[in-house]
Write a protein that binds this ligand. Structure first.
Ligand SMILES: [Zn+2]
Length: 385
């Protein structure tokens, strides 16, 4: 296969566009894909869709695309301009990017995913873009979400809050979990921030919503309870947030115990924070002996860790009935442990157990699929109208 064909396929370039050349600059770690189009075509006016003849071309532009391995990849093209009888000379829309963006849709889709999981500055670093570019990408995602809402048809939604830095505070994001896209963004993380999503959807759209994944934040619960038709059946408290709270509890137990031990010169728990945070099957080999040592010990941190690892089983019980039995015995164990931070988590789980176990009715979670190495997976994300 020629590299131009390969890139045509990777980029999903469709006729009339074609890949004219692929230039690789090994020193700058940069790949440039030049696109051209067939001659003698009529192009749609971006305003009215009227097919018009070619007027001329705009100056060449480039768009950052998903990296090819560690090579930053750019698409270059001269975009045709048409002369519409009603709208004058206009630049046509290209299928790979939004008019105002210097990034392709696929890159933006990846960036939105990364930025949902990180701070803006952290995400910008990972993506090798500036802070301003990152926040512009988020803004465009909001606009796409707003545009999408007119025809919103979702069965499973997720709501999450995202920190956008000390200065800007938090954003509330609502996702379409099956279509994997953001459908609503509001500043803040208040009841109103989520409530405004429900206010703007139509009754027939509300009826379609079967389930909503969320954390246990009171304002979100209040908004969902007010708006969902059967909140006690539809709210699914997210596994990720339960386990996050449990991990924090293990940390707390470990930190307090480590302090005490160090007073006696005992370094048993030094440098163990990360080891205890790993899910056991994902623990890197090099830490395995240390974990075995901890497991054999009588340390409080080791008991908290065992409770944490066990709690993960709550989502793997196979049925709601088995999960209830599992939870009852885990809860007894946690309360008996008398490890205060763990007991606190157990109480929180107990207060929210119906919503947590609604997982078994809907099988949804907020943890969005990873989107780092599959163009195909990202393709779905860019399916925003
Ligand atoms: Zn027109």
């Amino acid at each position: 296969m020629k590299d131009t064909d390969l890139y045509r396929q990777i980029l999903g370039i469709e006729t009339p566009w074609k890949v004219a050349s692929v230039d690789l600059d090994p020193e700058a770690l940069r790949i440039e894909v030049l696109l051209t189009h067939k001659q003698g075509l009529r192009w749609a006016c971006p305003e009215c869709g009227e097919l018009c003849g070619l007027h001329d071309h705009a100056d060449e532009r480039s768009w950052r695309h998903l990296d090819s391995c560690q090579f930053q990849t750019f698409i270059r093209a001269r975009v045709p301009r048409v002369r519409c009888p009603d709208h004058g000379v206009r630049q046509v829309k290209v299928p790979w990017a939004e008019p105002s963006s210097r990034f392709t849709l696929l890159f933006e889709a990846l960036a939105v995913r990364v930025l949902q999981q990180t701070s803006v500055s952290g995400g910008a670093g990972l993506l090798r873009i500036s802070w301003d570019e990152a926040s512009k990408i988020m803004e465009r995602a909001v606009e796409r979400g707003l545009a999408a809402r007119g025809e919103l048809d979702v069965e499973a939604i997720g709501v999450d809050e995202k920190s956008v830095g000390r200065r800007l505070g938090f954003l509330t994001l609502v996702y379409d979990l099956r279509g994997k896209r953001v459908v609503h963004i509001r500043k803040g993380r208040s009841k109103k921030a989520l409530g405004s999503f429900f206010e703007q959807i139509e009754p027939h759209q509300l009826v379609r919503i079967k389930a909503m994944a969320m954390d246990m934040a009171k304002p979100f619960i209040a908004a969902a309870e007010e708006s969902l038709l059967y909140p006690e059946k539809q709210i699914v408290f997210d596994r990720f947030h339960v386990m996050q709270a449990m991990n924090k509890a293990v940390d707390e137990v470990r930190r307090a115990e480590h302090k005490e031990l160090m007073l006696q010169g005992d370094r048993s728990l030094a440098n163990t924070m990360h080891i205890l945070r790993y899910a056991e099957e994902r623990l890197p080999e090099r830490y395995a002996p240390r974990l075995e040592e901890l497991k054999r010990s009588n340390l409080k941190a080791a008991r908290a860790w065992a409770l944490k690892e066990s709690l993960r089983g709550l989502w793997g019980c196979g049925s709601l009935k088995k999960a209830r039995v599992f939870w009852t015995s885990w809860n007894d164990w946690a309360i008996r442990s008398r490890l205060a931070p763990v007991v606190k988590v157990a109480q929180m789980v107990k207060r929210h157990i119906t919503g947590i176990l609604n997982y078994y009715s809907h099988k949804i979670t907020n943890a969005v699929a990873e989107c780092t190495n599959g163009v195909g997976a990202c393709q779905q994300l860019s399916d925003t109208p």
